[in-house]
Design a protein around this ligand. Structure first.
Ligand code: ATP
Length: 222
């Protein structure tokens, strides 16, 4: 557990055209924990993840703060946050092989390793997720489940200090979905990374995990 730090939102909320999207959210996510965020469509779940990542679209204004341990993250640029994200679409580069996609994600400090060493590390990782021998493949020739695993590896190779999951399971069929979900949760637990999962499906929630529903601000006055 290299980066065992608590991720914390304090009174986070977003507005669009002067309208607050959801009631201010405060939450702490422990190392290795997956906190699930649910809420009605359009209430701002994905945008909240964009803000946490450091990539809030210009149309929005944000209030509140984001912390990783004692470090305030929300004032930092995206490249200094070291927060990873997984989306519904895997966003692998189609003009690169699987291995090249992985090498590209490795952090600058690993440039101290030789190219051969980095390749060996990436190929060993592929093997651990049952993808031995697929390093030279074009991502388009992989199955959905294989691509999902490569996409997770790519996110993890960047050594994120926290991980955001924006409906990463929703494109996978039922059997694959359960398997990949467990794989993601195991990796998060093993690495001790705090994670926030946005989903519409209560079945995606880790067993016994905490879930918070974003509520429209009007509901405060009901
Ligand atoms: N780049 C943008 N510029 C302006 N408005 C946007 C932008 N992205 C999203 N929105 C709007 O902001 C609101 C919140 O969008 P967001 O995608 O965060 O909701 P969500 O809760 O993730 O929705 P869903 O559950 O349907 O994925 C919506 O009303 C959406 O139309």
């Amino acid at each position: 557990m290299k980066h065992a730090m608590m991720l914390e939102l304090r009174d986070a909320h977003l507005s669009l055209d002067g309208r607050t999207l959801f009631s201010p959210l405060s939450a702490r996510v422990a190392p290795g924990e997956v906190l699930t965020l649910m809420g009605p469509s359009g209430c701002g779940k994905s945008t909240l993840l964009s803000w946490m990542l450091g990539d809030l679209p210009a149309a929005f204004a944000a209030s509140g703060t984001l912390w990783l341990g004692d470090e305030r993250l929300d004032t930092r640029p995206i490249d200094q946050r070291r927060v990873g994200i997984l989306f519904q679409d895997d966003l692998l580069f189609g003009h690169l092989t699987v291995l090249q996609n992985l090498l590209l994600a490795m952090p600058p400090k690993s440039r101290a390793q030789t190219r051969a060493e980095r390749q060996t590390q990436a190929l060993a990782l592929l093997e651990t997720v049952g993808l031995a021998g697929l390093g030279g493949r074009d991502p388009a020739t992989l199955s959905g489940g294989q691509r999902a695993r490569v996409s997770l590896l790519r996110a993890l190779l960047a050594e994120p200090r926290a991980l955001l999951l924006d409906e990463p399971f929703s494109r996978l069929d039922m059997a694959l979905r359960a398997q990949f979900r467990q794989f993601v949760f195991d990796q998060i637990a093993q690495r001790g990374i705090p994670a926030v999962l946005v989903t519409h499906d209560p079945a995606d929630q880790p067993p016994g995990g905490r879930c918070i529903s974003l509520t429209p601000p009007e509901s405060l006055h009901v």
